[in-house]
Design a protein around this ligand. Sequence first.
Ligand code: C5P
Length: 218
Amino acid sequence: FSTKYLLNKKILITAGPTEEPIDPVRVITNKSSGKMGYAIAEAAFNAGASVYMVSGPTQLATPYGVTTEFVNTAREMYQAVMKQVYDSDIFISVAAVADWYVSNYSDQKQKKQHQDGLKLEFAPNPDILAEVAALDNGPWCVGFAAETENLSDYAQAKRKRKNVPLLVGNLAQNVMNADETTMILFDEHGEEPLPTTSKTLAAQYLIQAIAKRLPSIK
Ligand code: C5P
């Protein structure tokens, strides 16, 4: 894979899940393995880019050549992205970011003797992708959408709502933690389904799809 589609480009990428603490020993998270984001980071590096990845907790080895910063919560991920964003040409938002954090977090471990069960309260996390896409002079943005139904309608609507030029859709029930993926690319011209393939190959294809769409002024 010697074609340097992204030579000299600076890529910022989020990957993996986020973890939202309930108390010092318990978290709420989701089933993202980080495989897709890590594969894209590696493919971007192999395509000649300098790559900064902000990753939630995963079991994966950090890809060679990729500067990686680990975070736990969505709010930490937001801070890490915002610190790096003005030094980036392209932002690829692959992380499965928790939509809410626990606003009644307890700094002591909750005891199971709670008589009526435990009530958690939630407050919304920042939408990192939407905030980056709304910046003046921000990077060119790529989003992901994992849906369980109506993929085309939901994904195209999400692309427009978050105001991103390229959004990658896939079916959540097939893709979380799997080694293969079936991606559909959504842009202003419509949708392009890709064949089911390994996340490694899909990542290489996505890098070419990004390079093809980049505005030449950047
Ligand atoms: O709205 P939804 O979570 O389905 O959007 C998915 C896309 O938005 C992904 O690219 C994800 O990384 C990004 N996202 C984000 N911050 C959030 C929620 C989602 O960056 N709080």
